[in-house]
Design a protein around this ligand. Structure first.
Ligand SMILES: [Zn+2]
Length: 86
């Protein structure tokens, strides 16, 4: 592992949850051998948890708590109707 590779993987840690599979595999392999990056990832996770706790409760309410509207009750025949020939 070169210093440049370490720096590149370190940058990916900030987006760890959004990484695609090849990038995540590379980061995971690096984490096994690099204590610095394990600490950095833990710090990102802690920071993210703090941010989530600072949000107002209603901003993270469960989708099921949303008031039901008549259009939410999807019934066959009244949903999206595609016109033939398009
Ligand atoms: Zn590293």
């Amino acid at each position: 592992m070169t210093n440049a590779e370490h720096r590149h993987l370190r940058l990916l840690l900030a987006h760890y949850r959004e990484l695609d599979d090849p990038a995540r595999v590379a980061v995971d392999a690096h984490l096994l051998t690099c204590a610095d990056c394990r600490l950095a990832l833990a710090a990102y996770a802690e920071h993210e948890a703090l941010l989530l706790r600072s949000l107002p409760a209603r901003a993270i309410s469960a989708p099921g708590r949303r008031p039901a509207s008549p259009t939410d009750a999807a019934s066959p025949g009244c949903a999206l109707v595609s016109s033939p020939g398009q």
